[in-house]
Design a protein around this ligand. Sequence first.
Ligand code: TYC
Length: 102
Amino acid sequence: RFSDGSGTGVVVKTRAETKKPSMYKVLMLNDDYTPMEFVVHVLERFFRKSREEATRIMMHIHRRGVGLCGVYTYEVAETKVTQVMDFARQQQHPLQCTLERD
Ligand code: TYC
């Protein structure tokens, strides 16, 4: 904050410069064993997708090998990856999930 030097006593506010956080893509990989329905469930539960959107993403991964689940700040993205990997392992599915700088 500073006076504008006009003698009017007007105070001009300067915006503090803020940096946008780096964003990270959470990607899911295809495999031959994880059931399609399990992948749809993961997308609904951890990435808050509708059944329709989850099914679209799952089929994209199934056909293309990899697909985007969402874009988040580092801490959120890392948490999603851990949650998905832990859940898949519990159910003994080989589903792989990874994080990539956007
Ligand atoms: N390819 C799997 C199947 O045919 C389905 C699948 C889709 C697995 C997406 C993983 O990330 C995945 N059962």
